[in-house]
Design a protein around this ligand. Structure first.
Ligand SMILES: Nc1nc2c(ncn2[C@@H]2O[C@H](COP(=O)(O)OP(=O)(O)OP(=O)(O)O)[C@@H](O)[C@H]2O)c(=O)[nH]1
Ligand SMILES: [Mg+2]
Length: 282
């Protein structure tokens, strides 16, 4: 059989995590319309009759604001370039090629590894995808160029086939039933963070992280305790909201999704704490 690692790389918000979930067929990585959601290297496993491809989701490259977090994320992406068998480079045809895109491309173009250019979001009307041609002009630097929709799951099969064709002979690296490297604690935290991202304006999401303290499975219910950690008191107040309304909203959305995925009732105890040092632990 064949097996190997396939890197999903691209700037923030192009749809890397969405594509990972679509390829694996289940939601592993959190996704958001807001940039810089993914903060860890996440593996998603695809098993086919031919073999096993392990997709590696990476944090989006993001040059907009220099911060400790951005620096750490860029470092993680650079480290993930080792021991990769193929690269899927994802771009968003609604956005112009700019300094940021060229910087990401600069990181991979010298690598002697098969590269596939994925022009994502093909479900959007043509007039919104007004940079499609500019990206297509890069085709000579790639083994293949595919236009697809990660969100709708259209034209995914050609990508799967291409990826498998580039993988070397090898044994399965993950047991058949295991689809990811992340554990339930991480996964639950990501779901909660995704919901927090969806509730607040730009400023707050970059100042928070989620820590799951405990997950207890009882016969009829999961009891989950989690903390939202944030840098400052003023953010804590925003996250809790008037009469606890915002926190409740996040909790309800997260609980709904967790219940759907776990096929069981969930009791989610969510608190907010100020912790100025959370970025250092990422
Ligand atoms: N219309 C459309 N939207 C998409 C598609 N793929 C992803 N999106 C949307 O684009 C946004 C970003 O998706 P993510 O998968 O979180 O992007 P990402 O590249 O992982 O972002 P970072 O983790 O911040 O680097 C979300 O709102 C997705 O729903 C697609 O094929 N079509
Ligand atoms: Mg992501």
């Amino acid at each position: 059989m064949k097996s190997g690692f396939v890197l999903l790389i691209g700037r923030s918000n192009v749809g890397k995590s969405t594509l990972l979930n679509t390829l694996v067929g289940t939601k592993i990585a959190a996704t958001s319309f807001r940039a810089q959601l993914t903060r860890n290297i996440i593996h998603g496993v695809m098993n086919t009759p031919e073999g096993q491809a392990i997709f590696v989701d990476t944090p989006g490259m993001f040059k907009h604001k220099k911060s400790e977090l951005t620096g750490k994320l860029t470092e993680k992406v650079k480290n993930s370039l080792e021991d990769i068998d193929a690269i899927v480079y994802i771009v968003d045809p609604t956005r112009e090629i700019g300094v940021e895109e060229r910087a990401v491309y600069g990181m991979i173009r010298h690598l002697d590894i098969p590269k596939i250019l994925v022009i994502n979001k093909s479900d959007l009307p043509e007039k919104e995808r007004n940079h499609q041609k500019a990206y297509e002009a890069w085709s000579k630097d790639f083994e293949a160029v595919l236009s697809l929709s990660a969100l709708r799951g259209s034209h995914i099969t050609p990508l799967k086939e291409l990826v498998m064709s580039y993988l070397p002979e090898g044994q399965a690296l993950y047991p058949n039933e295991q689809l990811t490297n992340v554990d339930n604690y991480f996964w639950v935290a990501e779901i909660i963070r995704e919901k927090a991202f969806s509730v607040f304006d730009k400023e707050v999401p970059y100042s928070l992280t989620v820590n799951v303290e405990s997950i207890e499975e009882k016969p009829n219910i999961f009891v989950i305790q989690a903390n939202i950690l944030t840098n400052e008191d003023r953010y804590k107040r925003i996250i809790i909201g008037k009469g606890g309304g915002k926190l409740k909203e996040i909790g309800q959305m997260a609980r709904k999704e967790l219940e759907q995925a776990l096929h069981k009732k969930v009791f989610l105890e969510l608190e907010v704490e100020v912790d100025k040092h959370w970025v250092e632990r990422i």
